[in-house]
Design a protein around this ligand. Structure first.
Ligand code: SIN
Length: 535
């Protein structure tokens, strides 16, 4: 491990301890669903950095992919996922995802999630999104994530065996020879460090969209879960693949509000600032091509027309239909003076999802014993180089349940908790006056400009040099606040993303390099793994 294995100094004998059978970090769909899938005899704590209802999952609009139509099948869902993933998907994981989708959706319906139904009222309504060959996206208006999370959260809150710790920041996991020993955390409400002791930790802490200037992710998405895993020696995979959603509202007051791909699924057309439709020039699937292709096409049109946005046109649909199918988008745009039944919607790509993360197998297992990862923080290989739309909520469900099964087995075999573990850790850290807001904005600018939709060596080296400088300034900093922990995590992750992106000398999926424009299957049809060097 390097010099700074942990972000703070501590002695486990001197800080408050709480004991649990299972610790879950994060309260998005992966964290909450996994908690519900675990037997109620186990004592579980969910640690969440903000309130339980703040997560990327809650903001998900479009829906969940599942092959329910009689014309559809898990095989076709598999094929589309593999095609979007540009040659890097793990086929075994994708099979698990598509084959186990339907039974998890059934479970959601039993939990009381209200998905939109077809006119006959029995079957779920299915729409299409980019790169899907069939209509297979189930939805709840345009706030699917909120409908699912609200239901699951209300059930988990009623579970007596689950304690929810809000405003609690997971700083690091404690390990002993690659065996997980619990979570070192900071409780903001009582301004106190707490050691949550458990031999099972499930990391569902989400992604790192905040590395970029414009992102659909909430403020909390600073990559804390990926960073703590890396410091503990977990392997990270596919970190160079960062997905930009093609159509995010571009308005002076809001550059992070998603205009769901489902709008294009219902026929919306992309036009450049001169009103010209352009997608047919770029891909045979037009507006429903895979996301990486649509984002690059928009980027290229913006460049050609010297503009900072393009338009999404759904004006040919009836106002009543738009108000009922996309109530949230309709209302939000109207607040900004855009009546989507009459006006084109100004949009531009923004960071949306990290394909890479903590390397896991299909049971969510990492290379650290007792440490699991699920959801955006994880990388089980299902997304490859570019995630297929609406596979992410599904990922949280399918692999959350698999983790539930695996953890139940482990705990059934060996329930006794090692309470004798003790660790004292101290480094010579320095109190520093650092402008963290400025560093954060600078990272976001550098990542957006040089490590975004289009990259090359020259730009990435500029970003790397600057971020390495920040690292050398902050790595020995005395950390006392959430802002301190976050900036440490962001600098660390920016370095890892850049390193992986520099290493991959080809273009594939969401990773497009102007200096290596072709896909090079001979040398690069493989994953890049990043793991901290042990000293
Ligand atoms: C969307 O509604 O466009 C987002 C769906 C997704 O990211 O899978």
């Amino acid at each position: 491990m390097d010099n700074y294995r942990y972000l703070i100094d501590f002695d486990t004998d001197k800080i408050r301890k709480e004991y649990y059978d299972i610790i879950i970090i994060g309260s998005g769909i992966a964290g909450v669903y996994t908690a519900l899938e675990l037997p109620e005899k186990y004592n579980i704590v969910i640690i969440t950095k903000e309130t339980i209802d703040i997560s990327n999952s809650v903001l998900a609009q479009g829906g969940i992919a599942v092959s329910l139509d009689k014309e559809d099948s898990p095989e076709l869902h598999f094929k589309d996922t593999i095609y979007a993933g540009a040659g890097l998907c793990d086929e075994n994981s994708v099979w698990v995802l598509v084959n186990e989708a339907a039974k998890n959706i059934e479970a959601l319906c039993k939990y009381g999630v209200n998905f939109d139904k077809k006119e006959n009222k029995d079957e779920l309504s299915l729409t299409r999104e980019g790169a899907h060959s069939k209509n297979r996206i189930i939805h709840a208006g345009d706030t699917t994530g909120k409908e699912v999370c609200d239901k699951l959260i209300s059930i988990v809150k009623a579970r007596k065996n689950v304690k929810i710790k809000e405003r609690t920041f997971a700083i690091d996991i404690l390990t002993d020879n690659d065996v997980c020993k619990g979570v070192l955390s900071y409780d903001e409400d009582c301004d106190q460090y707490i050691y949550y002791v458990s031999s099972v930790v499930i990391n569902a802490a989400g992604g790192f969209g905040q590395l970029y200037l414009n992102t659909t992710n909430p403020e909390v998405a600073t990559g804390d879960g990926v960073s703590l895993a890396y410091r503990a020696g977990a392997e990270l995979m596919d970190m160079e693949f960062v997905q930009f959603h093609p159509t995010v509202l571009f308005h002076p007051e809001n550059k992070s509000f998603l205009i769901s791909e489902a709008v294009r699924g219902e026929g919306a057309i992309l036009r450049n600032v001169f009103g010209e439709r352009f997608m047919p020039k770029y891909h045979e699937l037009n507006e429903l091509a895979p996301r990486d292709i649509v984002s690059r096409a928009i980027f290229s049109e913006m460049k050609k027309t010297e503009s900072d946005h393009v338009y999404l046109d759904i004006t040919f649909k009836d106002k009543n239909y738009l108000e009922s199918r996309f109530p949230n988008i309709y209302k939000k745009c109207l607040n900004y003076g855009i009546d989507i039944s009459k006006d084109y919607i100004p949009v531009a790509p923004a960071e949306h999802y990290c394909m890479g993360g903590v390397k896991t197998d299909v049971f969510g297992r990492t290379n650290i014993k007792g440490f699991f990862a699920c959801g955006e923080v994880a990388c089980s290989g299902i997304h490859g180089a570019n995630r297929l739309a609406s596979n992410s909520l599904l990922e949280g469900l399918v692999f959350g349940r698999k983790i539930g099964e695996e953890v139940s087995k482990i705990l059934a075999e060996n329930i006794s908790l090692d309470t004798s573990f003790h660790l004292s850790y101290k480094k010579n850290r320095i109190k520093k006056q650092i402008d963290k807001k400025r560093i954060k904005t600078d990272i976001q600018n550098l990542m957006t400009k040089y490590v975004g939709i289009i990259r090359n060596r020259e730009g990435m080296i500029i970003a790397k040099n600057k971020i390495d400088q920040y690292y050398s300034v902050i790595c020995d900093m005395y950390n006392t606040s959430i802002e301190d922990f976050e900036i440490q995590n962001m600098v660390l992750l920016a370095r890892i993303v850049i390193e992986a992106a520099l290493e991959r000398e080809e273009s594939r999926g969401a990773h497009y390099r102007t200096d290596f424009q072709s896909t090079d299957d001979i040398n690069w049809k493989r994953n890049i793994i990043k793991v901290i060097q042990k000293k």
